[in-house]
Design a protein around this ligand. Structure first.
Ligand code: ADP
Ligand code: MG
Length: 322
């Protein structure tokens, strides 16, 4: 099972920000309203995420960090099968197999358990007194996989990727308080109850955010909302288009090209608009398991998604054109 975990880790855990993504999504899944994130050395030395979610019962801690499947990996065909299975329930075991891993959790105040794992082997299990919630620390990421260590960028670059990820997730969860610290210094603080535009102002220039127009469009059973940049603010940088499907940040070519198509004729060919688009779609019409780390989705009906998104953005631009 160790080999299995490390192989899965290669798929789901590419770099510190991918670890962070899994941990923060787990905190959100646990209903947390406050999530505190602290990294060191771009996340390679340490990534710590603590939340006030519903916690894990002490007797289930071990289950959370061990692979549920009983079947052993025997040959390459099995490996293929695992890949096609997606990575549900595999994030923590994968991360714990390539790091020094500590999880502490309490279902209720004062009454928790703690588990420490070194490169996939449990080295300590104990009781601990802590407030309700979960705290996970991932230290010395990839210390047993030197080949992966080599692929990490400079700490500053990895830190930036982590900061961007936190901001992206924070935009989609305005009711949650997020704090992101790099070596004790606060990088982002998103207070609960802030509007999307307020959170956006933490990462984009104020004049860009202030020029944006609200998108709000229903086309049963789909709904689209968000903010799109004024054509006059278009820029040469392509990285200010953020797309969410059912509250999760994704990379999606269909939605991306629909947005760009809506701006056609309003901005120059080499320019890009800014956009934050939240698409809500019935779960049965979208497959979120295309990519192990779940950043890509596949729509049942690509064509209609394209048309509806383009229309939603177009209507907003027309309404606001002067
Ligand atoms: P998945 O999220 O796909 O179920 P993970 O490996 O990410 O798999 O997590 C394993 C399990 O550990 C989760 O199903 C959940 O029960 C528990 N868990 C992980 N993180 C948290 C957390 N922050 N709060 C509560 N439970 C958690
Ligand atoms: Mg998870």
């Amino acid at each position: 099972p160790e080999l299995q975990n490390q192989i899965a880790a290669g798929e789901v855990v590419e770099r510190p920000s991918s670890v962070l993504k899994e941990l923060v999504e787990n905190s959100l899944d646990a209903g947390a309203t406050r999530i505190r994130i602290q990294i060191r050395d771009g996340g390679q030395s340490s990534i710590k995420v603590s939340d006030n979610g519903f916690g894990i019962p002490e007797e289930q801690l071990e289950l959370a960090v061990t692979r549920h499947a009983t079947s052993k990996l025997e040959n390459l065909q099995d490996l293929q099968d695992i890949k096609s299975f997606g990575f549900r329930g595999e994030a923590l075991p994968s991360i714990a197999s390539v790091s020094r891993f500590r999880i502490a959790s309490a279902r209720q105040d004062g009454d928790g358990g703690v588990l420490e794992v070194l490169h996939g082997r449990i080295v300590r299990q104990d009781k601990t007194a802590m407030p309700q919630g979960t705290e996970i620390e991932v230290s010395d990421l990839f210390s047993n996989v030197p080949a992966r260590l080599k692929f990490l960028k400079k700490p500053g670059t990895e830190t930036r990727k982590c900061a961007e990820l936190v901001a992206r997730i924070a935009l989609a969860n305005p009711h949650v308080d997020f704090e992101f610290l790099n070596a004790e210094r606060s990088v982002h603080r998103f207070l609960a109850g802030q509007e999307v535009a307020q959170r956006l102002a933490a990462i984009w220039p104020r004049e860009v955010v202030e020029s944006m127009h609200a998108v709000s469009h229903e086309d049963e059973p789909l709904s689209i909302h968000g903010l799109v940049g004024d054509p006059a603010m278009a820029q040469a940088r392509p990285d200010r288009i953020l797309i969410y499907v059912n509250g999760r940040p994704v990379q999606d070519k269909t939605i991306l090209s629909a947005i760009r198509e809506a701006y056609r004729g309003r901005i120059l060919g080499k320019e890009y608009p800014q956009a934050v688009i939240f698409l809500c779609i019935p779960p049965e019409e979208v497959d979120v398991n295309v990519h192990p780390a779940k950043t890509e989705v596949r729509f049942q009906d690509d064509g209609s998604i394209f048309r509806i998104v383009r229309r939603a953005v177009l209507l907003t631009l027309e309404r606001n054109s002067h």
